[in-house]
Design a protein around this ligand. Structure first.
Ligand code: PLP
Length: 385
C-alpha cells in the first residue's frame, strides 16, 4: 500500500540521534536549545520552545494567552480535534467558524459575520485559532485586522505548515499573530518522532509557556520569591505540566530541519505533477492563493460528485483496492460525538460538511516517486471514468 504520508529518515538523522544516546544528556540537554534556536532562526521569530507534541504546544499557547473558564475560543471545523481540545483543557468554551469553499481554511466572511453577532450578544471570542490547512496559510492579514477591531488574540495552528510562506515570510514568523505552533509528528513536514514547537515574538508569552512546560517550576533567581535556600532550590509558581521534549527527539528534529527546504521543494514538484495530471478530471484541485506558498503537507482533491455516478466512499474504497492509501482530512470536528453532546449540529457549518463529503487526500510525501504519482493519477482517472 502506498501510504498517504511517510517520514524520510536519513543516515545523518540516525547518526545525530546516536550521538545524543552516547552523550551525557538524553532529556532537556544542549540539543533541545540548539533545535529551538535553529527553528526561531528559520522562521525569523524571536523566540521558540520545543515541547512534547503539537497538542502540548497548542495547550501552552492557550495558557500563555490566559484562556480560562469564562473565555470562548474559535477555530475551524476542518482540522484535527487538538485545535479545539486545547481550549477545553483550559476550561474555556469552543465554537467554530465555517470554511472557505476554495482553500478549506477559515472563511474571513464567516468570521466577520460571526464576530459582529457575537459582539451584540456579549459572546466575543478571546482567541481565534487559525489552522493553515494542508500547509497553505489562512488570510492572516484579514484575521489580524479583525482582531484589532474586535479585540481577540490569534494562535496559528501551523501543524501542517512548517516551511510554507505567507507574504514572502516563513509561516511561524508571527507577523499577524501572537503565537504559532508546529507539530513534529511523523506525518508532518519534519519529525522528531513526537514533538511540537511554539513560536512568538513576545517575551512574556514565551516566559509563561516555558514555565508551564515544566510543572510551573523555576530556578531563576529573578522569579524566586524570598531567599533561595541553596543551589538545589526551586519554586513552583504556577500549575504547569511535563510537556518536555527530549534531546533524543530534538536531535532528530534538528537534523531533519537541515533538509526541510529540500522536503518542501520535492512536495511542490509532486503537487505540480498531480495538478497537471488531474486538472481535466471531474474534481477540483487545491486552490492556491497568491500570497501563499504552501508547504504541501497534504494534497486534497474535491470530487465533483454531480458529474460522477459513484459516491466518495466507493471511489475511496476502489483507490484502496488498488493499493493507494488515500485518507480523508478532516471529519468536521463539530460532528464528533463529544462535540455533538455540547449541542453542535451538523449543519451549523454547512461548507465544512459539503467539503467533507467530497474530499479525498491523495498520497503526498517526500519519497513518493513520479512513477507513483503517475500510477495514482491514472488509477484515479480510470475509477472516475
Ligand atoms: C497534527 C496536528 C495537531 C497535533 O499535533 P501532535 O503533534 O500530533 O500533537 C494539531 N493540529 C493540527 C491541524 C494537526 O494536523
Amino acid at each position: 500500500m502506498i501510504p498517504y504520508a511517510k517520514q524520510n529518515i536519513s543516515e545523518q538523522d540516525i547518526e545525530a540521534v546516536s550521538r545524543v544516546l552516547r552523550s551525557d544528556f538524553i532529556t532537556q540537554g544542549p540539543v533541545v536549545v540548539e533545535f529551538e534556536k535553529a527553528i526561531a532562526q528559520y522562521c525569523d521569530a524571536k523566540y521558540a520552545i520545543a515541547v512534547s507534541s503539537g497538542t502540548a504546544a497548542l495547550h501552552l499557547a492557550c495558557l500563555a494567552l490566559e484562556v480560562g473558564k469564562n473565555d470562548i475560543v474559535w477555530t475551524s471545523p476542518n482540522t484535527f480535534v487538538a485545535s479545539a481540545n486545547c481550549a477545553l483543557y483550559c476550561g474555556a468554551q469552543i465554537d467554530f467558524v465555517d470554511i472557505e469553499p476554495g482553500t478549506y481554511n477559515i472563511s474571513i466572511e464567516a468570521l466577520e459575520q460571526k464576530l459582529s453577532i457575537a459582539r451584540q450578544k456579549g459572546k466575543s471570542p478571546r482567541v481565534v485559532i487559525a489552522v493553515h490547512f494542508s500547509g497553505q496559510s489562512c488570510d492572516m492579514q484579514a484575521i489580524y485586522k479583525l482582531s484589532q477591531e474586535y479585540g481577540f488574540k490569534i494562535i496559528e495552528d501551523a501543524a501542517h505548515a512548517l516551511g510554507g510562506e505567507y507574504q514572502n515570510q516563513k509561516i511561524g514568523y508571527c507577523q499577524f499573530s501572537d503565537i504559532s505552533i508546529f507539530s513534529l509528528h511523523p506525518a508532518k513536514m519534519i519529525t522528531a518522532g513526537e514533538g511540537g514547537l511554539l513560536l512568538t515574538n513576545n517575551k512574556s508569552l514565551i516566559d509563561k509557556a516555558t514555565l508551564l512546560r515544566t510543572h510551573g517550576i523555576t530556578r531563576d533567581s529573578s522569579l524566586i520569591q524570598g531567599e533561595k535556600h541553596g543551589i538545589w532550590y526551586y519554586q513552583q509558581l504556577e500549575l504547569g505540566y511535563n510537556y518536555r521534549i527530549t534531546d533524543i527527539q530534538a536531535a532528530l528534529g534538528l537534523s531533519q530541519l537541515q533538509r526541510l527546504d529540500e522536503f518542501v521543494s520535492r512536495r511542490r514538484q509532486i503537487a505540480e505533477r498531480y495538478n497537471q495530471l488531474l486538472s481535466a478530471l471531474p474534481l477540483t484541485i487545491p486552490q492556491q492563493n497568491e500570497a501563499c506558498q504552501s508547504s504541501w503537507h497534504l494534497y486534497v482533491i474535491r470530487l465533483q460528485l454531480n458529474k460522477l455516478n459513484k459516491n466518495r466512499k466507493k471511489i475511496f474504497d476502489e483507490l484502496r483496492k488498488n493499493n493507494i492509501g488515500v485518507h480523508v482530512h478532516y471529519i468536521p470536528v463539530h460532528t464528533q460525538p463529544f462535540f455533538k453532546n455540547m449541542g453542535f449540529k451538523e449543519q451549523d457549518f454547512p461548507e465544512s460538511i459539503a467539503y467533507y463529503q467530497q474530499a479525498i487526500t491523495l498520497p503526498m510525501y517526500v519519497d513518493l516517486s513520479d512513477e507513483m504519482v503517475d500510477y495514482i493519477a491514472s488509477t484515479l482517472s480510470e475509477i472516475l471514468a
